[in-house]
Design a binder for this molecule. Structure first.
Ligand code: SF4
Ligand code: SF4
Ligand code: SF4
Length: 328
């Protein structure tokens, strides 16, 4: 296990400052959790809590939390969001031990890991077996992106015949070993936190990691893209142009990028929560679908396709698309 020299009571890493309050007795405290303050220089992130820093008996050395990044069936775009953290990634690399990240390094250290980031859905028998091993060697497991959290765009095959696809695409389909459905990680193992997006937002990722590192349960906004869209003063494409925007039922987090460019949201951050009765409950997809049909004159198959996209297998979107599948 890679160890760094004893942690200075205060050290500066890039734009982050990780400090241990002077009241902490580093030499004599035998606790495995140490109070820390984790602050970003520009003030955009500020966490206080305690961090797991194992210390060998009789030594003042601490073990940085070990992080691993695993890929399943995916396009790698969410892993690229991690690399796009740029200087923040360097800061995290100082504060954490990035032990396993094949996309970024040829050095791959074995588990156990304190935090695992999992990209991709389960689409093969080998995937289904491997994710069990990942869970066994991980304390906190976070899914990153639509593939891992809802099955991804590849879950469109869940409504089709995978064997027909294989015959149409591959000259030798007998070599393709694939399950009939693409499923999210949470259908196979316990997941501690799900991060939505296709790809994920790197600042949300940063916030979730730093929350876990300091022992705080992460909380991200679950309300709709519309709220962010209005806060930013974008013209509503649904009202002004009659474009069937999924913003009213899609989880915020992207900064309302698409309406900001004059186009519709297509739901890549997954379903929002709580628009009807409160947090944790599904958004009112039925009302929006009815407006698409009656107000914007989309025919049923077009309404169905609006909800059957990147997050088409997420429960509220799946239910709505199936409700319109056989209409008229
Ligand atoms: S969620 Fe999107 S960006 Fe992330 S791995 Fe899947 S397809 Fe790629
Ligand atoms: S453009 Fe879309 S996201 Fe923005 S307010 Fe209108 S419906 Fe909501
Ligand atoms: S506006 Fe909608 S589709 Fe566009 S990035 Fe945001 S969540 Fe994704």
């Amino acid at each position: 296990m890679k160890r760094r020299p004893s942690l200075d009571p205060e050290f500066q890493v890039s734009r982050f400052k990780l400090s241990i309050p002077k009241t902490s007795n580093l030499k004599h405290d035998t606790s495995s959790r140490w109070p820390i303050r984790f602050t970003r220089d520009d003030g955009r992130a500020h966490r206080e809590g305690s961090v797991m820093l194992d210390r060998q008996k009789g030594s003042s050395e601490q073990r940085r939390p070990r992080v691993a990044v695993f890929k399943f069936t995916s396009c790698d775009g969410c892993q690229l969001s991690i690399l796009n953290l740029e200087e923040d990634l360097l800061a995290l690399g100082e504060a954490l031990d990035i032990a396993y990240f094949p996309e970024a390094s040829s050095t791959m250290n074995a588990g156990p890991y304190d935090i695992a980031l999992v990209e991709g859905s389960i689409t093969t028998a080998e995937d289904a077996h491997r994710i069990l091993a990942v869970r066994q060697q991980t304390e906190v497991l976070i899914t990153i992106g639509a593939c891992a959290t809802a099955g991804g765009i590849q879950a469109l095959r869940n409504w089709s015949d995978i064997e027909a696809f294989k015959r149409a695409v591959y000259p030798s389909p007998e070599y393709i070993q694939s399950l009939s459905a693409s499923t999210p990680i949470s259908e196979h193992i316990h997941v501690d936190f799900e991060l939505w997006g296709c790809p994920i937002d790197k600042y949300q990722l940063l916030r979730v990691i730093t929350d876990f590192v300091v022992g705080v349960q992460p909380r991200l906004p679950v309300d709709s893209v519309c709220l962010e869209c209005k806060r930013r003063g974008h013209v509503c494409v649904l009202v002004a142009k009659g474009i069937p925007c999924l913003g009213p039922v899609t989880r915020t987090g992207c900064g309302a990028i698409c309406p900001g460019m004059g186009r519709d949201c297509y739901g890549c951050f997954g379903p929002s929560e709580g628009e009807r009765k409160g947090p944790g409950l599904p958004p009112n997809t039925a009302s929006l679908a009815r407006h698409f049909h009656e107000g914007l004159h989309l025919i049923p198959v077009e309404v169905m396709r609006r909800f059957r996209g990147i997050n088409g297998s997420a429960s509220p979107f799946r239910t709505e698309s199936e409700a319109w599948e056989n209409k008229g």
